[in-house]
Design a protein around this ligand. Structure first.
Ligand SMILES: Cc1cc2nc3c(=O)[nH]c(=O)nc-3n(C[C@H](O)[C@H](O)[C@H](O)COP(=O)(O)O)c2cc1C
Length: 326
């Protein structure tokens, strides 16, 4: 099981009310959560996140511009504590700042293990800081972190190396979105870019790679409607990556019970990740086992600030059945 992303450093914030893993108070606050989840017998990884330019001065220490690969703003608006604002022009990180963020990922991994997590997932997807270096639409650098594919992968690989050295490769996964386009992070050569990244990851013995499936072209952003899942007939699919990577391969995005079974049977992935239907079904594993009907997710509550509504108020199958009897 993975948690949602957790911010690794004060400059990594870009959304209201997101949890962190950098102060002792935050580490201690995680402990009972981790204990309760692990008491259910699960392996529990924490996703480590730095938003980079997907932030705003209002979130940043001393009101500075947020950081990114290049001084290029994302399009659209960011939700700040003072309402929606245009994404600001970020500042291009210096090599010293890159080294500092690498070390923040390392420290966050250590903190995660101190909080009791079994491992961490490095968030290198969805247009956040590491993806802002991977993708050519965002990364306009001319130093050793920009230009060639090898240079654009350097920051991500430095983070993987630092985190793996700190906690052991078997406690490290990485999330990658070759086709997303979320937060304007796009690349004209997604296969070449991510195949290179995977060849480098093959040299490192990490727990898994976690790839996000291409989306239906008519859908917009995370959580928007997906067509019936049909990865084999999309313009793009993950098979090149699945075959390029020698270790454990997770696929995420739009899967149902049946598409997950089919994907595993066809060797499309080793594991399937479920997002929205897991959120709406706390007993998803049990429901899958007996092929029970699922609660429908409520899109309107996906990113709201409530601590319960949309997060822990979906009923289990027993609760649904008991409420029918009552
Ligand atoms: C409410 C919500 C929160 C999410 N938070 C994260 C996150 O923190 N990190 C991440 O990598 N993806 C996040 N996602 C994306 C999901 O992990 C997943 O990739 C997406 O929902 C597609 O999979 P699905 O079709 O099984 O839902 C989130 C999605 C939703 C709906």
């Amino acid at each position: 099981m993975l948690t949602e992303a957790t911010v690794i450093a004060p400059e990594g914030h870009g959304y209201p009310h997101t949890p962190g893993i950098y102060t002792q108070e935050q580490i201690d606050a995680w402990k009972p959560v981790v204990e309760a989840v692990k008491a259910k017998g699960t392996v529990f990884f924490l996703q480590l996140w730095h938003t980079g330019r997907a932030s705003h001065q209002d979130y940043q220490p001393n009101g500075k511009a947020p950081m990114s690969s290049s001084a290029l703003a994302a399009s659209g608006t960011v939700y700040t504590p003072k309402g929606a604002k245009e994404y600001p022009v970020p500042r291009a990180m210096t090599t010293e700042e890159i080294a500092r963020v690498v070390d923040e990922f390392r420290q966050a991994a250590r903190n995660s293990l101190d909080a009791g997590f079994d491992g961490v997932e490095i968030h290198s997807a969805n247009g956040y800081i590491l993806d802002q270096f991977l993708k050519e639409s965002v990364n306009k650098r001319t130093d050793q972190y920009g230009g060639s594919i090898a240079n654009r992968c350097r920051f991500t690989l430095e983070v993987v190396d630092a985190v793996a050295a700190e906690v052991g490769g078997d406690r490290v996964g990485i999330r990658i979105s070759p086709f997303g386009g979320f937060l304007d992070a796009d690349d004209s050569h997604p296969y070449a870019l991510h195949t290179y990244l995977l060849e480098e990851l093959n040299k490192r013995d990490i727990a898994y790679v976690h790839f996000i499936e291409p989306r239906d072209p008519s859908s917009k952003g995370v959580g928007s409607p997906l067509a019936v899942h049909d990865w084999q007939h999309k313009e793009h699919n993950l098979d090149v990556f699945r075959h390029a990577y020698k270790g454990t391969f997770i696929a995420a995005g739009g899967h149902t019970r049946n598409s997950g079974i089919e994907a595993l049977e066809k060797n499309h992935a080793d594991l399937i990740c479920y997002g929205r239907i897991y959120l709406a079904n706390p007993d998803l594993v049990h429901r899958f086992a007996i092929d029970a009907p699922l609660n429908k997710y409520d899109r309107d509550t996906f990113y709201i600030q409530d601590q319960v509504v949309g997060y822990t108020d979906y009923p289990s199958l027993d609760e649904v059945e008991n409420s029918k009897k009552a």
